[in-house]
Design a protein around this ligand. Structure first.
Ligand SMILES: Nc1ncnc2c1ncn2[C@@H]1O[C@H](COP(=O)(O)OP(=O)(O)O)[C@@H](O)[C@H]1O
Ligand SMILES: [Mg+2]
Length: 512
């Protein structure tokens, strides 16, 4: 919990700032001395939400006011009593500059508090705001549950450890018994939960999951988590387990239905007006539709918007329009999240992602199936597309009554560069996997473009990367020619022959 000023307290601050000749929120030295942001100072004045105690104190010190005199004693008391109440929030963050998500908050509250759902999974791509949303939710409903427990599974802790911590928290007299197996411990936990109303949050649940071809299962040694979910869905309880995960565990996929106590929610980007708050915080210039365009390109992804607005603030003098004119997408740390997510994909999923990236525009299932040379039925393809959709990696649009699929701009940029790296490393090692499975140029590229960004031709990118890997043009050409003669003898050439011809042409070489 944070601090907030009392109404009378604010009057004291108001006097003090006038004496200094400072404005309420427009005197940079104030928030700078407090190592806070202008937005935090604004929130200090608004009093709607508590702010971090250290900022609160620093803001008071900067203007020469004793914070203890002006703090709202109720918020302080609340803070202290709640420290002692029955909650173990582990590494739950405080969502300080939290915006929007009103619909999601009320829906989740409805599910957890009013409808007594047992198991709720909040899923979505990394950085979309799952942890933040859950932290805000926990904050809102903390008085409506008896126990609150939050752990992140980021470091993949064994279930035994998590269970022991939970049991000790729920019944302090509990002692670990080596003779007791996992299953008995789970029963004991379910027993404790029956008597209380608990909200247990397990964040980063994907850290114990692994993604195989078409199924999400558990990492070896972590199957116990599956057993826990299964028992939880089958036992009648007043308590709720809230999972935050990039992937949906299968125990949930099997059981969820409209009125079932097991549900999942896929979190997508912030709405326009909510995302605008982030740009406002960074004091970006608002002209024309620039904000709207920026938010749309990043699909309201809060972390991406924060990264990109910091860059616009620092390198583009806050002008969103100038930044947009560059027609580039900045990924920053988002690429780390995307690469984690990408690594988890099955080979079939990666194959499809690469096809969508190579097209750079929406494509229908039928077209996709024509391209993919491995024998997959349209129902398997649909399954793969659905599962990629669940991970927020692909987008579905409808054009002339036909469903089309593509990657959202951030994911597109990332996947193209992933493809270029992969194919170049294969070529430099004399392998012909991607060369065979994916066409670098298709007639589709020549058709009308419907993308938000200009088509980025893939051949020059591969050429440049190869030049970097193989040091000079002649070595690159030689490598391609060697591959060409290997391929000649192959029965199953896939797209490799054409691809090599296109690449050689890119190096300005005639190809015999
Ligand atoms: N509703 C929101 N309002 C403001 N900032 C947000 C919001 N949701 C997320 N963020 C920002 O995005 C970052 C990533 O969110 P987080 O909840 O950690 O994502 P996830 O858990 O889905 O990976 C947060 O640290 C926060 O700065
Ligand atoms: Mg998180």
């Amino acid at each position: 919990m944070g601090f907030r000023a009392s109404q009378e307290g604010l009057e004291i601050v108001d006097k003090a700032r006038k004496q200094k000749g400072w404005t309420k929120t427009q005197t940079p030295i104030w928030w700078q001395t407090a190592y806070a942001s202008r937005a935090t100072l604004r929130r200090f004045w608004e009093r709607k939400r508590p702010i971090k105690p250290e900022y609160f104190i620093a803001i008071c010190n900067a203007v020469g006011v004793n914070w203890e005199e002006i703090v709202d004693k109720n918020s302080l008391l609340y803070h202290q009593t709640h420290q002692m109440s029955r909650q173990d929030l582990g590494d739950a963050p405080e969502a300080y500059d939290f915006y929007g998500r009103k619909e999601e908050l009320s829906l989740l509250e409805q599910w957890i508090v009013k409808e007594n759902c047992r198991l709720v999974a909040l899923c979505g791509i990394g950085g979309i705001g799952k942890t933040y949303l859950a932290a805000e939710l926990v904050n809102n409903i903390r008085n409506q549950v008896d126990y609150l427990f939050w752990r992140s599974l980021r470091s993949s802790p064994p279930l035994e450890d998590i269970l022991a911590t939970m049991l000790r928290f729920l019944s302090p007299e509990w002692e670990a018994d080596a003779a007791q197996g996992l299953s008995q411990n789970i029963s004991q936990l379910m027993g404790c939960l029956r008597n209380h109303r608990c909200l247990i949050v397990l964040d980063d649940f994907d850290a114990v999951l692994q993604n195989g071809d078409r199924t999400v299962s558990y990492l070896p040694g972590y199957e116990g988590y599956g057993e826990l979910l299964k028992r939880w869905t089958e036992t009648s309880t007043k308590s709720c387990l809230l999972l935050l995960s990039r992937e949906k565990p299968r125990e949930i996929a099997f059981k969820e239905r409209k009125n079932s106590p097991v549900r999942s929610y896929k979190l997508t980007g912030l709405q326009l007006s909510e995302a605008e708050e982030i740009l406002k915080d960074k004091e970006l210039l608002r002209d024309g539709n620039a904000w709207e365009d920026l938010i749309r390109i990043y699909r309201g992804h809060p972390l991406a918007l924060q990264i990109v607005s910091t860059i616009i603030h620092e390198s583009f003098n806050g002008s969103v329009t100038t930044f947009l004119e560059e027609k580039t997408i900045i990924l920053g740390d988002i690429s780390i999240l995307l690469s984690q997510q990408f690594k988890r994909l099955s080979s079939l999923e990666k194959e499809i992602m690469y096809w969508l990236a190579l097209q750079q525009q929406p494509i229908s299932i039928l077209q996709l199936q024509l391209y993919v040379k491995s024998q997959i039925t349209s129902s398997v393809l649909l399954e793969v597309l659905t599962s990629l959709g669940w991970r927020s990696l692909i987008e579905k649009t409808a054009e002339d009554n036909e469903v089309m699929f593509t990657l959202q701009p951030m994911v597109m940029k990332f996947t193209i560069s992933e493809f270029v790296n992969q194919i170049c490393s294969e070529i430099s090692q004399g392998q012909i996997k991607l060369l065979k499975s994916h066409a670098l140029v298709t007639e589709y590229h020549l058709s009308e473009q419907k993308t938000e960004f200009p088509y980025r031709p893939i051949l020059p990118m591969i050429k440049n990367k190869l030049l970097g890997l193989l040091t000079d043009k002649n070595t690159a050409i030689e490598r391609l020619r060697t591959l060409q003669s290997t391929i000649r003898e192959n029965q199953d050439k896939g797209y490799s022959e054409n691809n090599i011809l296109n690449l050689l042409a890119q190096f300005n070489e005639s190809s015999q």
